[in-house]
Structures are given as C-alpha cells and as structure tokens.
Write a protein that binds this ligand. Structure first.
Ligand SMILES: NC(=O)c1ccc[n+]([C@@H]2O[C@H](COP(=O)([O-])OP(=O)(O)OC[C@H]3O[C@@H](n4cnc5c(N)ncnc54)[C@H](O)[C@@H]3O)[C@@H](O)[C@H]2O)c1
Length: 195
C-alpha cells in the first residue's frame, strides 16, 4: 500500500515510518524539519519530501495515489504554541485542513490523525474520548480544531461557509488566549515591581 506519513522525521512519526517499511509498504514522508528537535529520523527505504503542509499545491501532488495518511506533522511543543499561537493555528489547523481537502479530492480512503490528551485539560488519567474537552492553551485549542475538521470531513460534505465559521471561532479562541497570556504577563510584571 502507498502510505503517506506527515511529520515522519519526528519522534512518533519516525516509528510509524519504520513499522510501515518493515511491513513492506511504500512510504512517502512529508516533513519540513522545522521542529526544534535534536534529531530528524530518516529511513533509507522511505521517500522524503521537504514540504510544508501549508503548501496546498505540493500537498495535493503528494497525496495522489496514496491509500492511507498518518497525519502527525504539527507544532507539537506547548511552549512554542503559547509563544506563537498564529504559527500553531497555521500548522495545526490550516495544515490539517490542507491534508484533508487534498485527501478528499484524491480519494484517499483512510486518514489517521494524532490528537492529544491535552484536549482534556488537567484531568487525571485515564482520559477517554467521552470526557468534556477542556483546552487550556493554543496547543490543545488547535489540535482539537484539527480533530473537529477530521470529524467534519468524515461526516460528509462541508461548505466553505462551514470552514470559514470554524476558522473564525478558532481565531476568536486563540485571540482570547492571547489576551489571557498578556494579562498574566502584565500581572507578573506588576508583582515583580512590587517586590
Ligand atoms: N509526543 C507526545 O507525547 C504526543 C502526545 C500526543 C499527541 N502528539 C501528537 O503526535 C504528533 C507527533 O508528535 P511528536 O512528539 O512526534 O512531534 P515532533 O515535533 O517530534 O514531530 C513533528 C514533526 O512534524 C514536522 N513539522 C512541523 N511543522 C510542519 C509543517 N508545517 N510541515 C511539515 N512538517 C512539519 C516537524 O519537523 C517534526 O519532524 C503531533 O501531531 C503531536 O501533536 C504527541
């Protein structure tokens, strides 16, 4: 089977690439090696493309003839997402949407998305999918938005208006988190001044 792994040079994706190669699948990897990782893993039997998942045209070309996608490419560090919610939104939401749209148009049958337990806030393990979502930072907000996009594509046709509405709601949430972060920073500065 021809299988695409996004984020296949990263920590989790590289293990998936190794397993798929061992099972004799034809493996294509999309990874722009942008993570702040010490190592990017390469398996000599897979085909690597240094592509940004935000580049829709390239993503569209690379999903042609693919039967299954493991989507792991993400801004995966909570700290980076807090410092740069716009980058987190671009990669984790728009990038995921690019892959879903290309997968739909190219008739890819299976799409496996790696979400996060951070979707459930600080609740104790074990966390299960029926728990209420409780996003505490831009990482979980954007990962859950990616999950919602997967559900929308799975459930059927979506219109441009649906997408615009979801992206607007998401941007509002990220803006609200930005305001909270600003407030916290100001409070911290005031506390330091009064010590
Ligand atoms: N590590 C964990 O504990 C954990 C837990 C739950 C979920 N996840 C999710 O699993 C996935 C993989 O996590 P990981 O720990 O292996 O992260 P990682 O940072 O090691 O791997 C992610 C890979 O994606 C690539 N990437 C980032 N932005 C990209 C872009 N715009 N275009 C193309 N490639 C891009 C990076 O270069 C990196 O190699 C992520 O989606 C993450 O949210 C991770």
């Amino acid at each position: 089977m021809r299988i695409l792994v996004t984020g296949g040079c990263g920590f989790i994706g590289s293990h998936i690439v190794d397993e798929l190669v061992n099972d004799n699948h034809e493996v294509v990897v999309i990874d722009n090696q942008s993570a702040n990782n010490d190592v990017f893993y390469i398996n000599s039997k897979a085909n690597y493309f240094n592509c940004d998942i935000n580049d829709y045209d390239q993503v569209f070309e690379l999903t042609k003839g693919v039967e299954c996608i493991f989507h792991l490419a993400a801004e995966s560090k909570i700290g980076v997402c807090i410092e740069n919610p716009t980058l987190a939104t671009k990669t984790n939401v728009l990038g995921t949407c690019n892959l879903l749209q290309a997968a739909k148009l190219n008739g890819v049958n299976k799409f496996i998305y790696s979400s996060t337990s951070a979707a459930y806030g600080n609740k104790n393990s074990p966390q299960i999918e029926t728990m209420d979502v409780d996003c505490l930072n831009p990482y979980s907000v954007t990962k859950v938005a990616g999950e919602d996009l997967c559900k929308m594509y799975y459930n059927g046709e979506i219109t441009e208006d649906d997408l615009r509405g979801s992206i607007k709601k998401l941007q509002d949430k990220v803006d609200a988190i930005n305001v909270s972060i600003d407030d916290l920073s100001k409070k911290k500065e005031q506390d330091i001044m009064t010590v």
